[in-house]
Design a protein around this ligand. Structure first.
Ligand SMILES: Nc1ncnc2c1ncn2[C@@H]1O[C@H](COP(=O)(O)OP(=O)(O)OP(=O)(O)O)[C@@H](O)[C@H]1O
Ligand SMILES: [Mg+2]
Length: 379
């Protein structure tokens, strides 16, 4: 029988598979029930979507909230946004409420439908539909849900930073949700700290100051170790002495921890106990798998960003140190310009005066570059 690897690293997790995040779940629930908006932010792959799904599920099961998750990843037009909202409702509404909303949509005459032939299909076929009034109607759906007998909707807008690609969209969203205090709670999740700050912390932006900030941090080593060990055991293996180096390499990064655990598990047969050799092979495989991704990411940086990252690795988080500047032919000015950009895009983070690269394996990759071993896979 084919065994299923218990470590998932390529898509959001089922609520019961999530490590920790209990406090964040509680905070999100409390705010949702209190009718407050939350902005959830974290670097890429820290588990935002997994957490949103967990909160939506708990909200539905324990509080009767109507859960709606809208993914705004890379939207770039009003039509895109209308399609994403329509499909989100289509996927998530059930039963009587679904029928009530479908009836309402039909009556608008705007081409909206929860069925297969909704506005998405019509727009793709080139129908003459103005997506703006349709989007207005979709943004008002929480009011219709309530009329349809629903309690309160919990609406999570994932990858919210991408609303900035559509001019005026944050204002449009605000103009609707501000009248929905009694019928809907909103969570805005995003991964680019700079963009999320622009949207919520600038006085001239429509959503300024409107949402409670919740940040997802790294997982603790002990939580990761316990989870990995247990899953090895329940699948008839032992993580053995590999657990220490695995946890150290992951540095609390949720997705990197799962990726490393996945590779390690795959190399250990049932009934076996992982050794350091298993670990070394797993780590090498993970790096080989990530090489194209890191290479593309690296090419996306300009020279001063590349050098700043290298200096930061070489000098333990202090890119201004003289030795680093000399070694990489970097000036303080270049660092001063590069750092905010790297912080804004979530490549690095600051804690206690130190700068850290968010992705521990990317940091290892850059360290190898500094050591004169640019091609990890060929070592
Ligand atoms: N709390 C957690 N426990 C275990 N694994 C986690 C956790 N959070 C994230 N992960 C790992 O990270 C992966 C990505 O999770 P998820 O898609 O929820 O993150 P995300 O922040 O939404 O990512 P993206 O930035 O790509 O949208 C999961 O497949 C899982 O391997
Ligand atoms: Mg996500």
């Amino acid at each position: 029988m084919l065994e299923v690897n218990p470590f998932i690293y390529s898509h959001p997790l089922a609520p019961e598979d999530i490590i920790d995040r209990d406090e964040e779940t509680e905070t999100l629930m409390q705010n949702a029930l209190g009718g407050h908006y939350v902005r959830l932010f974290a670097p890429r792959k820290y588990g935002k979507t997994s957490l949103l799904r967990r909160v939506l599920r708990i909200g539905e099961q324990t509080e009767g909230l109507i859960p709606i998750l809208v993914d705004l990843y890379r939207v770039s037009s009003v039509a895109d946004v209308a399609i994403r909202f329509e499909r989100a409702y289509s996927r998530q509404l059930k039963g009587k409420l679904r029928n009530a909303i479908e009836d309402f949509m039909q009556k608008t005459g705007m081409g909206l439908s929860l069925g297969a032939f909704g506005i998405s299909a019509k727009l793709q076929l080139g129908a003459q539909i103005d997506p703006l009034p349709a989007l207005h109607a979709l943004l008002d759906l929480p009011l219709r849900l309530e009329e349809g007998g629903g309690y309160r909707a919990l609406i999570a807008l994932d990858e919210f930073q991408d609303v900035d690609k559509v001019p005026g969209l944050d204002g449009l969203i605000r103009s609707h949700i501000q009248f929905q205090g009694e019928v809907a709670s909103y969570v805005f999740a995003g991964s680019e700290p700079g963009m999320m700050r622009q949207l919520f912390e600038r006085k001239d932006r429509p959503l300024y100051g409107s949402a409670v900030p919740v940040r997802l941090g790294r997982l603790t080593d002990s939580d990761i170790a316990a989870y990995v060990s247990e899953r090895f055991v329940t699948t008839g293996r032992s993580a053995g002495e590999a657990i220490g180096p695995l946890v150290a390499a992951a540095r609390g990064h949720p997705q990197r921890a799962m990726l490393l655990a996945h590779r390690l598990w795959a190399g250990v047969a049932e009934g076996e106990r992982a050794t350091l050799e298993h670990w070394r092979q797993a780590a090498a495989q993970a790096m080989a798998e990530l090489e194209p991704e890191f290479d593309a990411q690296w090419r996306g940086f300009d020279t001063s960003e590349q050098k700043t990252m290298r200096a930061l690795i070489a000098a333990d988080g202090s890119p201004y140190r003289a030795a680093g500047l000399r070694r990489f032919e970097l000036t303080k000015d270049m660092v001063r310009r590069a750092l905010p950009r790297l912080l804004d895009t979530g490549e690095i983070e600051r804690s206690g005066g130190q700068h850290t690269i968010v992705d521990p394996l990317f940091a290892d990759w850059i360290a190898a570059l500094n050591d004169g071993q640019p091609r990890l896979t060929e070592r």
